[in-house]
Design a protein. Sequence first.
Length: 166
Amino acid sequence: MKFCIYIFKVVFLILILQSNTFAKGLPPGTGESDIPANVLILLDKSGSMTTGMGVSGIDKPQSIAIDSATGDFFVANRDSVNTMVKVTYSNMQVDTSWSAGEYIGTGNCQIDDVTELRVHGGKVYVLSEDDNRMFRLDVTTADCDWNLSISDPMSMDIQNNILYAL
């Protein structure tokens, strides 16, 4: 009889301990048969995750393009005034000789809600969504030598010296 009571107490204790467990399950990727979890980096243009890049002149970066020939990069900022800057790779400073440090543009070559940037053949190609324009700038002088009207530009690519835009 004492043995039955002892078994009853052990079973009762196990049931009580199991019913009061409030722990969450393991996250995906931590089990033995799961695929290892990876880090997800979310990039957005809403402004909720924009942070300066530690380079003076870059605030709320919206788009970036790298000149593979020099390593220099171009960053379109979305702030109270939309601008684009060129950063010299060797010293990580804004190139003040390029459009006096920041490009704003005028007319058909104005920076306004840049969707995408690309560097190809010594030119920076820019999709400016709010102005429904695509234009290009010289990587050395920032001169705008070509522009085109395009409705709601979203993306572009350059393959085999052909510019594709959507």
